[in-house]
Write a protein that binds this ligand. Structure first.
Ligand code: SAH
Ligand code: SF4
Length: 422
């Protein structure tokens, strides 16, 4: 489908955003509800079979692959080495790009680009490109954070995606097309993507089949060709998914969103904990580290007065002591409709010092892209509109009450969120 680019400068006045930003619209002309499969999601043998059915030689698959993954071709109609008739057949059977529309917001002095993508059925997802310039001891990096679902069923209350609820699973092509869209921009500037993290919208291990297909495409030297060690999958703690990954043995990095080491508090912060308690999550992660030899990353979003106390640090030390693990402490990004704010830096530093004193490797991370609605889900939430004020007030009061009860050691009586599978 042909694209046109519209570049608009505007002063952004969203709910949480105060920055002047550049908005670039990469619009597929005449977006309609689409059910043609995405070409980039087709496995290589399926593409060869499709070509064979039409009497086309197998080497056409490589030419199509170059067009799909090369980062310079914007539509299959422009894939020069292919015969015109085959281009037409491909265009009729497949979408070259499953992202019908992309809106970009740039911030952090151009170091962070946040993209809101509209899919063929109108669903909204987000991806974020973070540029880390070269420093002494580390090379320049371009890390892309991608989504695996539209919305999320887990419902973590500090997460904008969690508040949106579950929309649907992404198809393989919709996952990898976030990477292809960014690659097209980077290639045009003579740059390339160095890292991919599944830390956008959604819980990757609840869409694991499609996520594994996407990783296979991103990892395959004949397709995107990014080394597995440059790919990170983050989970809120889907134990059967972690165990399945361990059995498969892939070499990508597993990150676990821990947030709290004590069940009562983790029940509130990560409602999935009511189904798979924290000790089971860490046991599965430990087995994964043992089987793959890869260190587990634990992510902790630091929330003032909620999970940043000395008691929380002590509980985390008890849980992780002696593990092949690395803890990342990240100040909570401001999100609407929570009663919470980020822990102050001295509190985060004290927490880090307690973990390090117990021999647990710990890094304090800076959050990126705050002015454009930092953590994924916020741009989509703006489009969803503001919920009624009484509902927001009730949500805030419930979170205050639940976290206060958790701090006294009470486990949540709410059931686990629906739709998170077994
Ligand atoms: N669902 C997966 C992956 C997507 S969320 C998971 O939870 O791991 C990616 C990361 O962003 C998670 O570690 C999540 O806890 C974190 N996150 C979500 N909202 C945040 C916020 N407001 N501030 C900081 N981190 C946040
Ligand atoms: Fe879902 Fe991850 Fe957000 Fe929790 S933090 S609601 S698991 S996307």
């Amino acid at each position: 489908m042909p694209h046109r680019s519209v570049v608009v400068r505007q002063a952004w006045s969203g709910r949480l955003s105060r920055c002047a930003s550049i908005v670039v619209m990469d619009v597929a002309i005449a977006p309609t509800i689409e059910d043609r499969p995405g070409l980039s999601g087709l496995a290589p043998d399926a593409l060869v079979a499709w070509l064979a059915e039409r009497g086309e030689p197998a080497y056409r698959a490589r030419q199509i692959g170059d067009a799909v993954w090369g980062g310079t071709v914007v539509s299959i109609e422009h894939a020069a080495p292919l015969p015109v008739g085959l281009r037409q057949q491909l265009a009729e059977a497949f979408r070259f790009d499953t992202l019908a529309q992309t809106e970009l917001r740039v911030t952090d002095g151009d170091l962070t680009e946040k993209a809101l993508h509209r899919l063929g059925d109108g669903a909204l997802i987000e991806s974020v490109l973070m540029h880390y310039p070269a420093r002494a001891g580390s090379r320049e990096r371009y890390t892309l954070c991608i989504s695996s679902q539209a919305g999320c069923a887990v419902g973590c209350p500090f997460c904008a995606t969690g508040e949106l609820g579950f929309g649907r699973d992404l198809q393989t092509a919709e996952i990898v097309d976030q990477v292809r869209s960014t690659t097209r921009r980077l290639v045009a500037e003579g740059r390339r993507l160095t890292n991919i993290v599944f830390m956008g919208m959604g819980e990757p291990l609840l869409n694991l089949d499609r996520v594994l297909e996407a990783i296979a495409a991103l990892n395959d030297p004949r397709r995107f060709g990014l080394g597995a060690r440059h790919i990170t999958v983050s989970t809120s703690g889907v134990v059967p998914g972690i165990r399945r990954l361990t059995a498969l043995g892939p070499q990508f990095t597993l990150a676990v969103s821990l947030h709290a080491a004590r069940d009562p508090l983790r029940d509130v912060l990560v409602p999935l904990n009511r189904r798979w308690p924290v000790a089971d999550v860490v046991a599965a992660a430990r087995d994964h580290a043992g089987a793959t030899g890869r260190r587990i990353s634990y992510e902790v979003t630091m929330i003032a007065g909620v999970n940043d106390t000395a008691a929380d640090a002590e509980a985390m030390v008890e849980l992780l002591r002696g593990d092949h693990a690395h803890v990342n402490l990240i100040p909570m990004n401001p999100v609407a409709h929570t009663p919470w704010t980020a822990s102050p830096m001295p509190v985060i530093e004290r927490f880090a010092a307690m973990l390090r004193a117990a021999g647990i490797e710990t890094t304090i991370r800076r959050n990126r892209g705050q002015e454009v609605g930092a953590a994924c889900g916020q741009l989509a939430a703006e489009h969803a509109g503001e919920p009624p004020a009484p509902a927001v007030a009730r949500r805030r009061a419930r979170l205050v009450a639940e976290s206060a009860a958790a701090l006294l050691g009470e486990r949540s009586h709410h059931p686990a969120p629906v739709g998170v599978g077994e």
